[in-house]
Design a protein around this ligand. Structure first.
Ligand SMILES: [Zn+2]
Length: 189
C-alpha cells in the first residue's frame, strides 16, 4: 500500500489553560488552514519556545486544544534548545522534558510535554483491514526520493476511523530522505 508522506515542522498543541496564559482569557485562536487529518488546523498565531540553551521564535500552533500542552520538535531542535529528546507517541508525555512557552499575554512553564514524535502512519479501520494491520503495529516504509531513497523502520501504525491515510515524519527525517511535497512511501509489513 502506498501512503502520502508529510513532514511536520516543530509545532505545539496547547491546552485551554495555556491558551489563556499565553493569549488572555476568552481568546479564540484563528484558523489559518486545514491539515490533512480531519478537524485539525493550523492557527494564525505563533508562540516562542524557550529552552535552557536556546529559543525558537514563531512556532506554529495546531488546533483544537488538547487536555495537556504538547510540544513536537526534532532532535536537531532539542540540541539547540538544550532539551533532552524523548521519542514518544503523541499523548504519551509522562516523564518527558519541559520548556517555557511565551505568547503576547505572558509565559507558561510546562513540566513535561516536549517530545520528538515517533514516526507514524494515520490509517482508517477499513485500510488497516485491507492490508492486514492493526493499531500499534510497527512496520517499515520505503520512501522513494531523488538520490536519497530510504527505508524507515520503527514506524507505528495508528488506526482510527477519523484518520486520513498519511505518514508523518519530522524535519530531520524528511531531510535525511531528501523529502519533497508529494513524496509517497510504500508500507512494508
Ligand atoms: Zn500524525
Amino acid at each position: 500500500m502506498e501512503v502520502p508522506v508529510e513532514v511536520s515542522a516543530r509545532h505545539v498543541h496547547l491546552s485551554e489553560k495555556d491558551i489563556k496564559k499565553l493569549f488572555g482569557s476568552d481568546y479564540k485562536l484563528t484558523h489559518k488552514r486545514n491539515l490533512s487529518q480531519p478537524d485539525q488546523f493550523l492557527c494564525e498565531e505563533r508562540v516562542e519556545l524557550i529552552g535552557p540553551k536556546g529559543i525558537f521564535e514563531s512556532v506554529a500552533i495546531l488546533s483544537p486544544a488538547r487536555s495537556q500542552t504538547q510540544v513536537e520538535i526534532s532532535i536537531t531542535d532539542s540540541r539547540k534548545l538544550g532539551i533532552e529528546p524523548f521519542i514518544r507517541e503523541s499523548g504519551d508525555l509522562n516523564g518527558t522534558a519541559g520548556c517555557v512557552l511565551r505568547g503576547p499575554n505572558g509565559e507558561t512553564k510546562i513540566e513535561n510535554g516536549v517530545i520528538i514524535a515517533k514516526r507514524h502512519i494515520h490509517m482508517c479501520t477499513l485500510d488497516a483491514k485491507k492490508i492486514g494491520t492493526e493499531n500499534g503495529q510497527i512496520c517499515k516504509v520505503k520512501i522513494k526520493t531523488d538520490s536519497r531513497a530510504l527505508i524507515f523502520d520503527d514506524v507505528v501504525v495508528r488506526v482510527n476511523d477519523n484518520f486520513a491515510l498519511a505518514m508523518h515524519i519530522d524535519t530531520d527525517e524528511g531531510n535525511s530522505a531528501n523529502w519533497n511535497i508529494g513524496v509517497k512511501g510504500t508500507i512494508i509489513l
